[in-house]
Design a protein around this ligand. Structure first.
Ligand code: SF4
Length: 608
């Protein structure tokens, strides 16, 4: 019997031939990989690990999961999965809002694009059908004008638009996809793959039609229970005014800084003195205007701000979040919240990853300070107006922008100083210094898509505490046990990415609750162990793909700075990151040999 929750329809769009085939996700794949990231990775795996990311042969998948668009809390995530032009690994990047739910309501589990359209095109998705239309008039426009155009053409109601701007069109390897709510599938260059296919936008028109639970008894018990768990956790939600609801993710700015884990000035330091000026608390007091949310989410962690003075006066934007606020703030020696808001807004309009943008700017600042730029002009720490102009040059690939648009690692190599790129597998680090939060060191090093906090969010146990899995707070400066902790978090987060439920749900809901909701919606029996096995299987499938793409022994590393230059922040003074010791522990728990998945593991997990 086919499982509930699925639309049983994926559109396979060949942009070269203009052909569209509709197929269901194979039943075996549903069991093994569930949906979202898992099924997307399986499509990319089957397409082959040696494909050139920018060739028409690469595929670009937009996938939701069986819970997407239902009443399950926080079930509005969309996975974009492909082979990354930035890292050469398989990559997945998820965004919230309503585009995932609308894709489901339009009758789809996913869209898979291959080939290359002859001219700029967009996909119109509605009523179980996909049509490809000419987007030549839109080529060159930013995401904001593109969204405006489609709202005028198709009406604002029941409409989602996922688009690229000049970053994607001009093939920056860190270009991303942005939707009508400014939610980004930010990391890994998925928007660059869209640009290489001449795919400007995906337009979804769908009336709200929530799929009903198959197992109504289980649903009745579990839905109320899940909501209670979310509302009971102090870090999360409204009624109780939890920190995530009140301040958004940027509540972390002060918390991370105080423990000496704030990468500052391209990770030359771990403490940013004027941190309060860019914190969630500052934003709430001074520039916050609204708390938007995503489909079926009671948390509303999104923060919309308005700038009321200075050169960016009048700017109103969403997405003032911790990661970009750090990347463009402390990381660049910049304490001006208005500048941060401006550049995040630019990144959204240009379709560029704001984390990579902050890193490439900070690397350029360090290169300028040290005289590495060969007369390329240079950029000073914290020079907000110059940062805004440099971000524009990157988007349009003008002057030095043409080099910086390559991403941090390749641009640092261009300057002859790869050691100042804070990257792993070509992806720039996010907002946690592994000298102050040791688990982040092993999580960055072993992340299949490059330096990433979302593959294994160990700060949940090392900084915040009171969360799923290892529920007690662990010492962020202790390295022992962090290999195992990282494996647990990787498996849990991979599983939620397969269901495609927001990771913040794991701050509150137990694995049994996730399993009960899965059972309620699909009708299939499941428990916590089953879901964790899916997470482990998908993580190993990604690793197996990367191994075949050339990532073998020595590919799990950190920039030397974190291993050799001790932290200067008061909370972690004198610490470096003990990566070799953690790697040994990690590989043992994973059953891998120096980063390579052995055949017996692949057999055990049913991958081969
Ligand atoms: S917690 Fe935030 S990101 Fe997650 S679903 Fe809710 S509003 Fe969206």
């Amino acid at each position: 019997m086919a499982l509930g929750g699925y639309a049983d329809r994926v559109a396979h769009v060949d942009l070269t031939k203009g052909q569209i085939d509709y197929q269901a996700i194979p039943e075996e794949w549903k069991q093994k990989y569930i949906g979202g990231r898992g099924v997307g990775v399986k499509y990319v795996f089957d397409n082959g690990p040696t494909v050139d990311p920018l060739s028409p042969d690469n595929i670009l998948c937009f996938m939701n999961g069986p819970l997407t668009g239902t009443e399950v809390n926080m079930s509005g995530r969309l996975a974009v999965v492909t082979k990354s032009p930035l890292t050469g690994t398989v990559t997945d990047s998820h965004h919230g809002g309503w585009s995932a739910a609308r894709l489901r309501w339009a009758g789809f589990d996913g869209l898979v694009f291959k080939g290359k359209a002859k001219k700029p095109s967009y996909a119109l998705v509605q009523d179980g059908k996909v049509e490809i239309h000419d987007a030549s008039d839109l080529w060159g426009k930013g995401v904001h004008d593109t969204v405006k155009y489609f709202k005028e053409k198709y009406g604002e109601k029941d409409l989602s638009v996922i688009a690229i701007g000049p970053g994607g069109e001009k093939l920056s390897p860190f270009a991303c996809w942005i939707n009508e709510n400014d939610r980004a599938s930010g990391r890994g260059g998925t928007g660059c793959v869209g640009g290489s296919k001449n795919l400007k936008a995906i337009v979804i028109k769908a009336v709200k039609k929530m799929p009903k639970a198959v197992n109504k008894e289980v649903w009745k018990e579990t839905h109320a229970d899940a909501l209670k768990q979310i509302k009971d956790v102090r870090v999360i939600t409204s009624p109780r005014k939890g920190a995530l609801s009140v301040h958004g993710t940027n509540v972390l700015m002060n918390m991370v800084n105080v423990i000496g884990a704030m990468p500052t000035k391209n990770s030359q330091g771990t403490f940013f003195e004027p941190h309060e000026m860019i914190s969630g608390e500052y934003v709430k007091e001074n520039i916050l205007v609204e708390d938007p949310t995503c489909h079926a989410c009671p948390v509303a962690c999104k923060k919309e701000v308005e700038i009321t003075e200075g050169p960016h006066k009048g700017l109103r934007m969403e997405s003032f979040e911790y990661e970009p606020a750090w990347a463009l703030g402390a990381n660049c020696g910049n304490a001006d919240a208005a500048t941060i808001a401006k550049i995040i807004d630019q990144c959204n309009d240009y379709s560029l990853d704001a984390i990579e943008m902050g890193n490439v700017l900070s690397m350029y600042m360090e290169a300028s300070e040290k005289g590495y730029t060969n007369g390329d002009g240079g950029l000073e720490w914290g020079d907000g107006l110059a940062m805004v102009e440099t971000a524009r040059k990157i988007a349009f690939r003008e002057g030095i922008g043409d080099v910086l648009a390559l991403g941090t690692e390749r641009a640092a190599k261009h300057f002859g100083h790869p050691e100042i790129a804070m990257t792993v597998k070509g992806l720039s680090i996010p907002a946690y210094d592994p000298r102050g939060i040791k688990g982040m060191g092993i999580a960055y090093a072993t992340s299949n898509r490059g330096a990433c906090h979302l593959r294994a969010y160990t700060p949940a146990a090392e900084v915040i505490g009171n969360v799923l899995g290892p529920s007690t707070l662990t010492d962020p400066l202790e390295w022992k046990g962090k290999g195992e902790l990282t494996v647990i978090f990787q498996n849990v987060h991979t599983m939620t990415d397969c269901l495609d439920v927001c990771k913040f749900a794991t701050f509150a809901e137990s694995l049994d609750t996730f399993a009960a909701q899965y059972t309620a919606v699909t009708g299939a029996p499941a428990d916590a162990a089953y879901l964790l096995k899916v997470g482990e299987r998908v993580y190993n499938l990604e690793r197996y793909y990367n191994n075949q793409a050339g990532f073998r022994e020595g590919s799990d590393y950190l920039p030397e700075r974190f291993l050799k230059e001790p932290s200067d922040g008061p909370g972690s003074k004198g610490h470096v990151c003990e990566l070799p010791e953690m790697l040994e522990e990690y590989y043992k728990v994973r059953g891998w040999v120096n980063g390579v998945v052995p055949e017996e593991k692949l057999i055990e997990l049913g991958i081969i």
